[in-house]
Structures are given as C-alpha cells and as structure tokens.
Ligand binder design. Structure first.
Ligand SMILES: Nc1ncnc2c1ncn2[C@@H]1O[C@H](COP(=O)(O)OP(=O)(O)O)[C@@H](O)[C@H]1O
Ligand SMILES: [Mg+2]
Length: 257
C-alpha cells in the first residue's frame, strides 16, 4: 500500500506575525520531498508545526493532517508514524540516559522487551551503519560524533516503526564524507523500507541527488511545488531560480581548474 501523509493549511503565528502561511505538503511512502528556501523562510517551523512541537510563543491555527486519507492529530503521529531528525542531534537525546535506554524506551512503546528487544536493537544499529553496536549503546550522547547520533536518530525512528521522517538539514553539520554516507543511508531506507521523507535542505546538490518532489518556501509561503526534474529544468518562481543560480555558480567554481 502507498502510504501518504498530507498536511493542509498549516499556519503558524508569533503574536500577530504570520511565520508560516497556509502551507500544504504531501509526503508519500518511498519518496523524498525536499523543502528548500532561504534561511528564515519558515522551513524548520513547518516541520515542527506538523508535529505540534512548536517553540514557546509560536501558535498553530489548526492544520489538517491526513494519514492515508484519515484525519489524525499531531500527537498520534509524534514518535510513532512520524519521526523527526534534527540538525543538531545532540539536543534530541537525554544527556543522562545511555543510547541503550533510549532504544529500549522506544521499543517499550511498541510493547517489545527483553531478548526480542535486544535483538531488534542490534539488527537496527547494523542497518543504519552503527557496527560497533555495544559501544554505541553503552554511550551517552556527548560521547558520540554528530554523524553517529544522526544515525542513532534514524535507528530510533526505525525502532518506533515510523513510516515518515522529517529531517531538518540533517547533513549540514557533517563533513562531506559523513554527508555522502548519510545520504546513501537515507536513499537505501527510502528504497528498502519504503519510508516517506521530508528533507529540509538549502543544498540544491542534495535535492538533485535525493528528491522526488520539491517545495520552495519564501517568507513563510510555499511559492512553488514541482517534481525535481521540472524544478531544475524550468523553475517558475524567483526563489527557485535564485537557489538554482547559487547552486550552479558553486558547482562551476568547484569544477574550475
Ligand atoms: N521561537 C520563535 N519565535 C518567534 N519567531 C520565530 C521563532 N523561531 C523562528 N522564528 C521566525 O520564524 C521565521 C522562520 O524561521 P525558521 O522556520 O527557523 O526558518 P528556516 O528554517 O527556513 O531557516 C523566521 O523569521 C524566524 O525569525
Ligand atoms: Mg531551519
């Protein structure tokens, strides 16, 4: 079955100021939907707004969420159907709990315990490329690199059996090698696990490589939605053209002798 998550009419405000204006997004299983736009355009708030994990003072005026056509609320999606992968993964972990405790807690929500839980944790860590599983599980977040914590966030999403991932600039704090490996992993999980991903990025190289659909955001509004080929071949909005021009000038520079 082709799972879909539709977000309709997501409006976020801080006092009288509209930060996100009637955003609409559709995520599909087995596809990557990239959300791009200049810094401050509302990308992070959009992902937080979907799960109703907004910072203090920012309010949502009731978006409609449809999971496979059924209206759901954010609390039903959080940590279950939909997992969040943050740019700064350290902040997502409880500093006084080992990663094993995080993994076990996630499985408790699925009523999995004991040897069964331990086995699933081992195989999931292997799946996301954390091969030294025992050491990782005995560690606390501050003892691991950003790239490893990123993988652990994905592992927790898989342990929660999430079908959708919202990934906010997941590669921007990683070095190029870790970035490429992370994107390899993401692509593999989309293909093999049929995950649906919202990938927030400002890197059009990442979009070209991974995305199926693209939404372009500017000043809190989605100003263009297209499949990746159409966006690169005939961008309609000024914002998309600006992002592509910046990308092309960077690639030309790095290719220059
Ligand atoms: N906690 C907050 N309180 C008030 N305004 C905020 C808050 N967080 C972000 N904003 C504002 O909302 C807009 C969108 O922010 P954000 O979603 O973080 O942008 P992006 O992720 O695209 O860089 C920005 O103008 C930012 O200043
Ligand atoms: Mg952001």
């Amino acid at each position: 079955m082709k799972h879909t998550l539709v977000i309709r009419d997501l409006t976020l405000k801080h006092r009288q100021r509209t930060l996100v204006d009637r955003a609409e997004l559709t995520l599909r299983a087995g596809q990557v939907h990239a959300l791009v736009g200049a810094s401050g355009s509302g990308k992070s708030l959009t992902s937080l707004g979907i799960l109703d994990l907004l910072p203090p003072g920012v309010h949502s005026s009731g978006a409609t969420l449809l999971l496979d056509g059924q209206v759901v609320d954010a609390a039903q999606l959080r940590g279950r159907e939909v997992a969040l992968v943050l740019q700064n993964p350290r902040s997502a972990f409880n500093p006084v709990r080992s990663l094993r405790q995080h993994a076990l807690e996630t499985l408790q929500t699925r009523d999995l315990h004991g040897a069964e839980a331990e086995q699933l944790i081992q195989s999931t860590l292997q799946e996301v490329g954390l091969h030294d599983a025992q050491r990782v599980l005995d560690s606390f977040a501050f003892q691991l690199s950003g790239g490893m914590l990123q993988r652990m966030m994905i592992a927790l999403a898989l342990l929660a059996d999430s079908r959708f991932l919202l990934a906010d600039e997941p590669t921007s704090d990683l070095d190029v090698v870790a970035q490429a490996r992370f994107l390899d992993l993401l692509e593999r999980l989309v293909a093999q696990r049929n995950l649906g991903v919202l990938l927030i990025t400002h890197d059009m190289g990442v979009v070209a490589r991974c995305a199926d659909q693209v939404s372009v955001m500017a000043h809190g509004r989605i100003v263009e939605q297209a499949d990746v080929h159409r966006l690169f071949n005939s961008p309609q909005s000024q914002e998309a053209r600006t992002l592509l021009a910046a990308h092309h000038s960077l690639t030309m520079e790095s290719c220059a002798p």
